[in-house]
Write a protein that binds this ligand. Structure first.
Ligand SMILES: [Zn+2]
Length: 66
C-alpha cells in the first residue's frame, strides 16, 4: 500500500486499520475497502483530507476482489 497523498511507502502502523505516513505526516484509516486521510495539526486536531482525492484514489487495491 502506498500513501495516496505523497505516493510514498513510508507507512507505519499505529493501530488496527490505522497507519501513519512519515513522509507527509497524514493519518490513514482503512475501512470498508477505502482509505480515509486526515492531517494531524500542531494542536492535535485532525483535518479531513478526503475531499482532496478522487474516490478511485482512496480505494484499497486488493488483488482478488477486483
Ligand atoms: Zn504520504
Amino acid at each position: 500500500m502506498n500513501c495516496p497523498n505523497c505516493k510514498g511507502k513510508n507507512l507505519g502502523k499505529i493501530g488496527v486499520n490505522q497507519y501513519y505516513c512519515w513522509d507527509c505526516f497524514v493519518e490513514l484509516s482503512l475501512s470498508k475497502g477505502k482509505i480515509s486521510l486526515a492531517q494531524i495539526e500542531e494542536d492535535g486536531t485532525l483535518t479531513d483530507l478526503n475531499d482532496l482525492f478522487e474516490e478511485s484514489e482512496l480505494r484499497i487495491e486488493s488483488p482478488g476482489t477486483a
